[in-house]
Design a protein around this ligand. Structure first.
Ligand SMILES: [Zn+2]
Length: 122
């Protein structure tokens, strides 16, 4: 019986129970394609949505700032755009990763056997 050393640190205990249906190796890793893709799409989409939302916020900030003075208008608009982008990106990243996780679990061949290269879903 072959004994496989677990050399990768990113595996969770749950993965250790997964075996390749083709060669029965327990040397299997999660690909998390959907999670990574979702996080990337969510980050970009969230940042875009955050910035576009921040434009409205920046205008509000500019109006408020304009009352306080020209420097306030610049600061209010800039802060609104930056915060909107950061907030949108982080929110989108988390949301996208969550959506991607569902795809990983339900739809994609998320597991790959390191021994024989066979891809399968968990
Ligand atoms: Zn295999």
């Amino acid at each position: 019986m072959n004994h496989y050393q677990i050399s990768t640190s990113h595996q969770t205990p749950n993965d250790l129970a997964v075996r390749c249906p083709k060669c029965q190796s327990n040397h299997v890793r999660r690909q998390n394609v959907g999670r990574r893709t979702g996080a990337a799409i969510g980050t970009v989409g969230g940042a875009a949505a955050g910035v576009s939302g921040a434009i409205a916020g920046a205008e509000t900030g500019a109006v408020v700032g304009a009352i306080a003075g020209p420097a306030g208008a610049a600061l209010g608009g800039l802060a609104g755009a930056i915060l909107g982008g950061i907030f949108g990106a982080s929110t989108g990243c988390v949301a996208g990763a969550k959506v991607g996780e569902v795809f990983d679990e339900k739809l994609l061949d998320n597991q790959q056997c390191i021994t024989c290269g066979h891809e399968f879903s968990s």
